[in-house]
Design a protein around this ligand. Structure first.
Ligand SMILES: [Cu+2]
Length: 141
């Protein structure tokens, strides 16, 4: 009798292990699918953070004390709109030598700032409240 129940419990534990293994496999597959689908969206960011093709109005998010994307290439005359998706106020201000200067002033939580770029070249900008926040915009003809 004892032997039989041992065999049964062995069988059950084998069954349990295979269920756990199957669950892990399913979770892994789901994880890979999710990762691949989210990666598709961030392809522009992976590709040197350059947005292609060029847009007339490019959106940059301010999130987690970062500009997303960090680097964009746009055409002369294009407009960039920054949206503050952070939980604190941030800003956008050129730093160093630039083709032209801009300073958004404080961009409140959920607010936006829009600037039109009329001169070609590389613009470096920072958030003057959190100077580790740095990004750039390349404007081409
Ligand atoms: Cu900031």
């Amino acid at each position: 009798m004892k032997k039989v129940s041992k065999k049964v419990s062995k069988k059950i534990s084998k069954y349990k292990i295979s269920i756990i293994a199957a669950s892990v496999l399913v979770i892994a597959v789901i994880g890979i699918v999710i990762f691949k689908s989210t990666n598709k969206d961030s392809k522009v960011a992976v590709n040197n953070n350059v947005i292609e093709p060029f847009n007339a109005n490019v959106k940059v998010s301010i999130k987690g004390f970062n500009y997303v994307p960090l680097s964009i290439t746009i055409k002369k005359g294009d407009t960039v709109t920054w949206t503050n998706d952070d939980k604190v106020a941030n800003n956008v201000a050129t730093v160093g030598i630039n083709p032209a200067y801009f300073d958004s002033g404080s961009i409140g939580v959920g607010k936006t700032y829009t600037h039109t770029f009329t001169a070609t070249g590389t613009y470096r900008y920072i958030c003057s409240y959190h100077t580790s926040m740095k990004a750039n915009i390349v404007v081409i003809d």
